[in-house]
Design a protein around this ligand. Structure first.
Ligand SMILES: [Zn+2]
Length: 459
């Protein structure tokens, strides 16, 4: 208690100095934000594999054409599924943004927090209650759209879950959000309070470290919440996969299998973590595919591992968060924005941090994070699609088997009812990977370049 009072006195003493001094940290934060975002832009521009298959192509590059490999029935099914899943996806996105903006950019969120924390005295507890209440409200508001999406997946046989099991998943994912958001916001508000004028430096460094830490522990702390994992059982497939990894020069001690079939019939594999937590994971649904096709998938994942794509993505993400924290400081010290959000722009005792340290500003922080995430998504997807294409090129170079690659991509697209012809908006908002026909066309281009027989049309 004594410590708190002492800190308060200290803060009011500092606030006596003139307003011109308040401009210095703002200018410094603006310069830091601009520098960090310029660094991110430069790193992305210079390191993204814009052309994952460089070189001249005899006869020219192959253009994607779903009709070459997919039957009219498969194409019709993909279209029908697409028009069934798009409405809940777009409506859910729009509703979520409208709600989070309404809470953060009007006094609604501040009032909601004041109501939710009315009986909570301790500052830290108020931040926890505000975070948990707001994230829960947002998730509950999104639930009808998620139920709608899930019912479409069910109708198309993609989901194998019962509704109660599905609901448990929703709750687990909300709990993960609670933990991550609460820790992040507690740290943020602690820094804001401790360093009222220069909190952006601590927030940028802390944000950077937190992103790296979460990405590192994600495979061991979060993934087991949703799935059980076991080592791929001894046998020719495991031996082949590990031999391929060795041939590729990627140290892989184990290949894990996730019990994805308890949730879905779709096929997938991924690499997560880095350093000692890095792992290659196959969905158990994939194991029924012919071994050569599984090899084709694992060869793609080895491409990610070899290039350390997860670590690279984590560092770029961490740098982006650091820049965003400087930007957050500029926005959170804007009296106009605070007024709009219903947060008094000067805190108690003329606190220099202004309203930023007030737990009622949690809604504004969440709205700004949502806006930033949404604005960043198209860039993130664009870069991700190029990195995925590079992993495909790696798989083709490693297996030298474009025909199996084509049949695997065909199987993936059919089983997952992937969009065979995404429109511009879908590429912008959702597509982290090239479409099936894009990937198949690339395999044919690869075959032309390497003078290997071009995989014939599957139909
Ligand atoms: Zn990939």
């Amino acid at each position: 208690m004594a410590r708190l009072r002492e800190e308060g006195a200290h803060l009011s003493e500092r606030s006596e100095s003139g307003g011109a001094e308040g401009r210095t940290p703002r200018i410094a934060a603006a310069v830091a934000a601009a520098t960090l975002f310029a660094a991110v832009a430069a790193v992305l521009a210079l390191t993204t594999p814009w052309n994952p298959l460089p070189g001249s192509v005899p006869g020219g590059r192959v253009e994607p054409d779903p009709a070459l490999d997919f039957s009219p029935a498969e194409i019709a099914r993909s279209r029908a599924f697409d028009s069934a899943v798009n409405p809940p996806a777009y409506a859910g996105l729009a509703a979520g943004l409208v709600l989070v903006f309404a809470l953060g950019f009007t006094p609604l969120g501040a009032r909601f927090i004041a109501w939710a924390t009315a009986r909570t005295r301790h500052r830290f507890l108020r931040i926890i209650v505000a975070t948990v209440a707001l994230t829960t409200l947002l998730r509950v508001a999104g639930l009808p759209f998620d139920i709608w999406s899930e019912s479409v997946l069910r109708r198309y046989g993609l989901s194998t879950q019962t509704w109660p099991a599905w609901l448990v998943d929703q709750f687990k994912s909300l709990a993960v959000t609670w933990v991550i958001c609460t820790i992040a916001l507690l740290l943020l508000y602690a820094v804001v309070r401790r360093f009222p004028r220069y909190w952006w430096t601590g927030a940028a460094a802390g944000g950077f470290l937190l992103v790296v830490l979460v990405s590192f522990i994600y495979p061991i702390a979060v993934e087991p919440v949703f799935n059980k994992f076991h080592s791929l059982q001894q046998g020719p497939l495991r031996t082949d996969l590990l031999a391929m990894a060795e041939r590729d020069g990627v140290p892989v001690e184990d290949v894990l299998v996730a019990d994805a079939s308890r949730r879905t019939t779709s096929l997938n594999a991924y690499v997560s973590g880095f350093g000692s937590t890095r792992r290659i994971v196959l969905y158990d649904t994939l194991l029924k595919s012919p071994p050569a096709r599984v090899e084709s998938i694992v060869a793609h994942e080895l491409g990610h591992a070899k290039r350390d794509d997860v670590l690279y993505g984590t560092l770029v993400g961490a740098l982006t968060i650091a820049g965003s924290m400087c930007l957050l400081y500029l926005l959170m010290t804007s009296p106009r924005l605070l007024r709009r959000a219903g947060v008094p722009s000067t805190g108690p005792r003329e606190d220099r941090s202004g309203g930023a340290a007030d737990p009622r500003s949690v809604a504004l922080v969440l709205a700004l994070v949502a806006a930033g995430t949404q604005l960043g998504a198209p860039v993130q997807n664009l870069v991700s699609r190029r990195i995925e294409a590079r992993a495909d090129a790696h798989a083709l170079n490693l297996t030298r088997d474009p025909s199996t690659f084509v049949s695997m991509q065909h199987e993936l697209s059919v089983r997952n009812i992937s969009d065979l012809n995404p429109d511009g908006m879908e590429y912008l908002l959702w597509m982290t990977h090239p479409s099936g026909p894009d990937r198949i066309a690339m395999a044919r281009t690869w075959a032309r370049m390497r003078h290997v027989p071009e995989p014939p049309p599957l139909r």
